[in-house]
Design a protein around this ligand. Structure first.
Ligand SMILES: Nc1nc2c(ncn2[C@@H]2O[C@H](COP(=O)(O)OP(=O)(O)OP(=O)(O)O)[C@@H](O)[C@H]2O)c(=O)[nH]1
Ligand SMILES: [Mg+2]
Length: 382
């Protein structure tokens, strides 16, 4: 079964995959030698000039250190999350606490300062306005006079925005065949890194994973994915830099059909060589996938860099319009004071946040649990 991911997605009707008795594929299973093999090009209707498919087989499959993260103590993980959110906490929570410290009445100046804090912590104009309008109305009607109550109400409202995003995913796992995830996002947001981390999660829960390098924009992108494949123990299918991304995906899925994979994750480019519109290219990749595996991709995951604040929100709108995003991952929450973007996304989009990236290492990806996140954001300092 797809273990934690299925549970996390709250999938109801899906017939679970059950490859419990399937061995992790050997190099021979996928037609590759020990390192990097070039196999004959697979005929592809998506490409007029098919390029050689290369399969990088991982040498190391077991990684006990990374596997241990799944069993780490919940309390330890929570305090780690709290620490990683330190910058956001200080830009939002600590500043709120400081502002309210010793205040005896709610005056216009206090409300203005509060508004500024919410905006600069990247809660977004609309979310901020909604919170502030409600506060001002209550103050005007004499329903709210105590600054400490106002602070508590605001924290509760912000938590509510986050927690109300906790809905079951509208995804259905394929009855048989692999679960296919297509990862999209502008360049540099952390797509490849996130793929490595997700692949690790699947591997740790006993799934066989294949990675497909459809980011052909730069050779380094393929190399980077291969390094992650090696680290987590997942083969990587790639072609040469500059190849048609749709053809890479088509040939990769063709190749995957020879193996017995539970999960296939596709890395895409945030930029293209040609003037072809990125969104059009992504739509084309989607169509190609569905031709090869009906219903694929089962998840289109948008990766957003939290440090880009409101820019990230605009990107999310643009991608959501073009490619039917089904899930999001927010990266780099560890290095930013702009973590308020989480509140903004939860409030504005119906698309669930699946994961949050809180560092560059393999285990720095957490399942996004709205209540836990809200709690970590407002947790008392230790
Ligand atoms: N601090 C921190 N850094 C991250 C996180 N996720 C990714 N990064 C870093 O962000 C940088 C870009 O990550 P990539 O995975 O290469 O991003 P990408 O979207 O694949 O980039 P392109 O392939 O150029 O489109 C790398 O240095 C990563 O280590 C995160 O959660 N926290
Ligand atoms: Mg990349």
């Amino acid at each position: 079964m797809l273990g934690w991911f299925k549970k996390k997605l709250g999938l109801k009707d899906a017939e679970p995959l059950d490859h419990d008795d399937v061995q992790v594929e050997s190099a021979a299973d996928v037609g590759a030698d020990d390192s990097v093999a070039v196999v004959p090009p697979v005929p592809s209707s998506a490409s007029t000039t098919p390029s050689p498919v290369s399969i990088a087989e991982p040498e190391k499959v077991e990684d006990e250190e990374s596997k241990s993260i799944l069993h780490e103590d919940v309390g330890v993980l929570f305090s780690r999350l709290t620490k990683k959110l330190a910058k956001t906490r200080s830009s939002l929570v600590d500043r709120m606490d400081d502002l309210f410290l010793g205040k005896k009445e709610i005056d216009p100046e206090l409300l203005d300062d509060l508004e500024e804090i919410l905006i600069t912590a990247d809660l977004g104009v609309e979310t901020t306005m909604e919170l502030m309008d409600e506060a001002r109305t209550k103050v005007d009607r004499n329903e709210l006079a105590d600054p400490q109550v106002l602070k508590a109400v605001l924290k509760e409202k912000i938590s509510e925005f986050i927690i109300s995003s906790d809905k079951p995913a509208e995804l259905v796992m394929p009855a048989d065949g692999p679960f296919v995830i297509m990862v999209v996002g502008v360049n540099g947001v952390g797509k490849t890194t996130t793929i490595g981390k997700i692949a690790n999660k699947f591997k740790c829960s006993g799934q066989s994973v294949l990675l497909i390098a459809a980011d052909t924009f730069r050779a380094a992108a393929v190399e980077q994915l291969k390094i992650w494949g090696e680290r987590v123990g997942a083969p990587v299918v790639s072609q040469q830099s500059g190849a048609d991304p749709s053809a890479v995906v088509f040939d990769g899925l063709e190749h995957a059909s020879k193996g017995n994979f539970d999960v296939i994750i596709i890395d895409t480019a945030g930029r293209l060589h040609t003037k072809v519109n990125l969104m059009e290219e992504l739509k084309k990749i989607r169509r190609v996938m569905d031709r090869k595996i009906s219903g694929a991709p089962h998840e289109v995951m948008l990766v957003v860099d939290a440090t880009t604040g409101q820019n990230g929100i605009s990107q999310a709108r643009e991608f959501a319009k073009a490619v039917d995003i089904t899930g999001m991952t927010l990266t780099k929450l560890d290095g930013t004071a702009k973590g308020g973007i989480v509140v903004n996304i939860c409030r504005e989009f119906d698309i669930p946040i699946r994961f949050i990236g809180i560092g560059e290492q393999m285990d720095d990806l957490r399942d996004f649990e709205p209540s836990e996140f809200a709690e970590a954001l407002f947790a008392e300092k230790q």
